[in-house]
Design a protein around this ligand. Sequence first.
Ligand code: IPM
Ligand code: MG
Length: 372
Amino acid sequence: MGVHRIAWLPGDGVGVEICEAARIVLDRLQIDAEYVQGDIGWEFWCREGDALPPRTIQLLKEVDAAFFGAITSKPARAAEKELAPELKGKGLLYRSPIVRMRQEFDLYNCLRPCRAYEGNPLNYREGIDLVVFRENTEDLYAGVEFSPVPPEVSSTLSRVSAAFNRFAGLPAEEYAVSCKINTRQGSEKIVRAAFQYAAEHGRKRVTAVHKANVVRATDGLFLETARSVAAEYPGIQFDDANIDAMTMWLLKNPFNYDILVAPNLYGDIISDLCAQMVGGLGFACSGNIGDDLAVFEPTHGSAPKYAGMYKVNPIATILAVKMMLDWLGEAEMAVRIDRAVAGVITEGRVRTYDMGGDNTTLEMAEAVADKL
Ligand code: IPM
Ligand code: MG
């Protein structure tokens, strides 16, 4: 039994091969850990009607951290079609396991560092070094959705909102409602996490991303909360921007930004943009961090068309391993991974297909391991 107990959740698609790559690096570091395999993914949805079975939830309660590969997700109706015959028609609803883990374990902080490693042919510009803090449990991801819209929902909305009048006469199946729910506490926690990180890592500036000029209730609350947390950190600059303008400015002047903090959906969008500026999803890692548990993953999905081909770039995964080691208190090992990744990228001898090379997933992992 190792010092660190880690739930190992490869999932499906390329999740399996990138987790093999992660283990090459972890094993070379000889980290004292026990890896406990957990069932998660599409096959468990099809067979059991649950992509995140209760036994895996139980496992997550018993570990220090979890490492997650990737999972295939399909829209609700397509998912229902692939269920085992005896499970069909039972009203089972497919919900993304990663979104469920984030919510069930209150992994409120989605931390997404996006740094351009020197010499990466895919860098939009050299020197970009952004960190995205994405609120991870609320907002349009709350899961409070109606399609068709039940009469009690439409009648309540008619009563309390004049703006709803335009929709009030529509038949229930002719429209849908997804609730954007943001709490003061959730907003405060993510903004505080961003400022705390800035203070601890010598970062100069935090920018809150929102659309408070139009989405006044929820984004207004987020912005107001961000301003009040910012006042507690006078040494760190604070500003804010609308999500639409932000995407333009980030491309135009990436060096004007440092740490970005956003509600869930804007954070999802902006973190893909930031990822693309530093080489794309092959370089983007995520930590889903709560107070008691954290789940680390590459930001990319399961890429079913590449599954089993050992083609995808494992650097995102290896950087997620680095984040996990930081969380486990293994800072020195985390620095070694960072240097090894930087070394392999700058040298440019080993490159996966996305970087214009023809090395495999595992060759890239071995190259990083050799540099540790
Ligand atoms: C991400 C992904 C997920 C999300 C999907 C796979 C549910 O896009 O982690 O950014 O929307 O959060
Ligand atoms: Mg995303």
